[in-house]
Each structure stands twice: as C-alpha cells, then as structure tokens.
Design a protein around this ligand. Structure first.
Ligand code: MG
Length: 170
C-alpha cells in the first residue's frame, strides 16, 4: 500500500514527465525552424525518452493498484531566443526534474516505502545522466558554436542520436 503523499507525488510526476516531453518538442521545433536538424533530432529523441519516463510512472502506479489521475499538461513556457538559451533552459529543467525525483524519494523514505525507493533508484541515476548530457551540450556549444564550421559539425554529431527504449522495464 503506497502512502497517500507518495502516491500524489508519483501521480504528479506522470504529468511532469509528459510536460518535459512537450518542452523538448518545443526545443526541437525551435531548432528545426533554425535549419539545425541535428539539434532538432537530439531534442525530439529527448522528448521520446520523457514520454517513456511518464509511462514508467503510469505503469508503476497501475502495477501497485494505485489510481492514476491524468491532469492537463502545461504549455511549454521557456523563452527560446537563442541557441544557447535553449540549451541552458534544458539544463535548468533537468535540475528541476532531479529535485522532483529527490522529493518523491524523500517522501518514500519517510514512509518506509522501500518498493518505491527501489523503483526511483533508476530515475536518480537517469537524472544524473540527463544533467551531464545537458551540461556537455552547453560546453560543446561554448567551444564550437560561434564558428559556423564548428556548429555544422556539432549539428552533424547530434543528428546521429537514435532512440533507445529505457533500460528499466516494469
Ligand atoms: Mg524525465
């Protein structure tokens, strides 16, 4: 039996992950309009990963016989006025999502909900990787983004990203 607060936070996280997917689609759309298809590809795949995260929370709640309540997904609200502003908004968002995962983990810990803690372990690790990826993109953009040839090669590198299903299976 999942604690009421833990349940509410897990249910809310379905919405937050779908919002993340929506936000990254917005980023992808920004870069598509810029003609930077590699960046657009990278964020489109990022959006697919976020949808997968939402589905993991959704499935976990169902598996635990906890009601799922789907709420409205917010409109992406980040101001995208330069390539770097998009990348920085991505890092800022991942730091925020990490704090959400940590909050659920803390509530699960307090409730001695060890099953939820074990479920969340994957997300704790995943958030570390998301923050690293977002940071790496900013570093590469700082190094190469101001040079047209550098930007071209970075765009090519990001076009190589392919979708892979999450390693966590419920
Ligand atoms: Mg996520």
């Amino acid at each position: 039996m999942v604690n009421a607060k833990v349940h509410a936070l897990l249910n809310n996280q379905i919405n937050k992950e779908f919002y993340s997917a929506y936000l990254y689609l917005d980023f992808s759309n920004y870069f598509k309009a810029r003609g930077l298809d590699g960046f657009a590809n990278w964020y489109k795949i990022q959006a697919e990963e976020e949808r997968d995260h939402a589905m993991l929370f959704y499935t976990y709640l169902q598996n635990e016989n906890m009601p799922v309540t789907l709420e409205a997904i917010d409109k992406p609200d980040k101001v995208l006025d330069s390539d770097m502003s998009v990348l920085k908004a991505g890092l800022e968002h991942e730091i925020y999502v990490s704090s959400l995962i940590n909050d659920i983990y803390a509530a699960a810990h307090e409730a001695k909900d060890f099953r939820t803690m074990q479920f969340l372990d994957w997300f704790v690790k995943e958030q570390g990787e998301e923050e690293t990826n977002a940071n790496d993109l900013i570093t590469k953009m700082e190094l190469f983004g101001s040079d047209p040839r550098g930007l071209y090669l970075l765009n090519q590198e990001l076009s190589a990203r392919v979708y892979t299903a999450p390693s966590l299976v419920l």
